[in-house]
Design a protein around this ligand. Structure first.
Ligand SMILES: Nc1ncnc2c1ncn2[C@@H]1O[C@H](COP(=O)(O)OP(=O)(O)O)[C@@H](O)[C@H]1O
Ligand SMILES: Cc1ncsc1CCOP(=O)(O)O
Ligand SMILES: [Mg+2]
Length: 263
């Protein structure tokens, strides 16, 4: 297997600049825990988040939005129905959609639902290592919403999943891996403090959704999304004294990120 590439800094800066210029409208169907943090992360990057969740409205909105995020973190039967309607409408309107399979493998309803959604070909899938393993192998799972595995352990499963769904698959961890099943990027950086506040993974999935809406090389754009979050995470951790001060520092770091800082 070919060694993963590191994303080129100039190309990451180009993706970020295009993202800020385009300011994508991102339809977020996400969990109850991370709504506000997700919206703030997207706003700090100049995007426009909108959390539309009623089945009828969600189907209408995903056709208008630039990208759709489906995150099953606090799934209910009613939400699954609304998400299904939104994804169907997104597919009919060529709106790219991204799946965050929170805690898949651990719980039966969301595991079955995510398998069902995969047939509707997400543009991207972003999860931690246990989630990507469980989604790909249809068994196993993490410790609730947390991973039990290292990202490297899920790489072959991610490549397989990417080929099966013709999607881009992101495994996050100490190093993030981004693959379309053929090419793979490795994105180092970030900070362990990112796992000590809730929602960095979920917010990254929303950012990934936004980057899938950009024209050009989608794999490169998604790797750029990971690099942007990792850089901001490292910068914020260097200034913070713990999870509390990390959060505002992270939003500021996203806001102030530029090519110089990406190096
Ligand atoms: N040990 C680590 N060192 C650096 N960054 C990390 C580490 N673990 C996770 N991250 C970063 O934290 C963010 C959330 O990833 P992760 O914790 O894997 O997702 P989730 O919250 O869905 O479990 C990602 O940007 C990832 O790169
Ligand atoms: C704690 C929790 N419980 C259900 S969803 C959720 C948030 C998970 O956020 P992340 O996957 O970004 O850590
Ligand atoms: Mg998660």
């Amino acid at each position: 297997m070919k060694q993963p590439d590191l994303p080129d800094t100039a190309l990451v800066a180009q993706s970020l600049s295009l993202f800020r210029q385009r300011a994508p409208l991102i339809h977020c169907m996400t969990n109850d825990v991370v709504q506000s943090f997700t919206a703030n992360v997207l706003l700090a990057l100049h995007a426009s988040p909108a959390m539309v969740i009623d089945a009828g409205e969600a189907a209408q909105f995903s056709a208008i939005a630039d990208a759709l995020l489906v995150n099953v973190g606090t799934l209910t039967h009613a939400r699954a129905e609304a998400m299904q309607a939104a994804v169907q409408s997104a597919c009919a309107s060529a709106t790219p959609w991204t799946l965050d399979p929170v805690a898949v493998g651990t719980l039966d309803m969301r595991s079955a639902f995510c398998q069902q959604l995969l047939a509707l070909k997400p543009a991207a899938i972003r999860g931690n290592a246990s989630e990507i393993l469980a989604l790909s192998l249809q068994q196993g799972g993490g410790r609730g919403v947390d991973t039990r595995h290292q990202a490297e352990e899920a790489l072959a499963a991610a490549q397989h999943l990417a080929q099966r769904c013709q999607s881009i698959v992101v495994i996050t961890g100490e190093v993030d891996y981004v693959t379309d099943g053929e090419r793979t990027f490795a994105v180092p950086g970030g900070s362990p403090l990112m796992t000590r506040v809730v929602g960095t993974g979920c917010a990254l999935s929303a950012v990934v959704a936004g980057f899938t809406a950009l024209p050009g090389d989608r794999l490169q754009h998604v790797a750029s999304a990971c690099r942007v979050m990792a850089c901001a995470g490292a910068q914020a951790a260097s200034e913070a004294s713990g999870p509390g001060s990390f959060l505002p520092a992270f939003l500021d770091a996203l806001w102030n990120l530029n090519e110089e800082k990406l190096k």
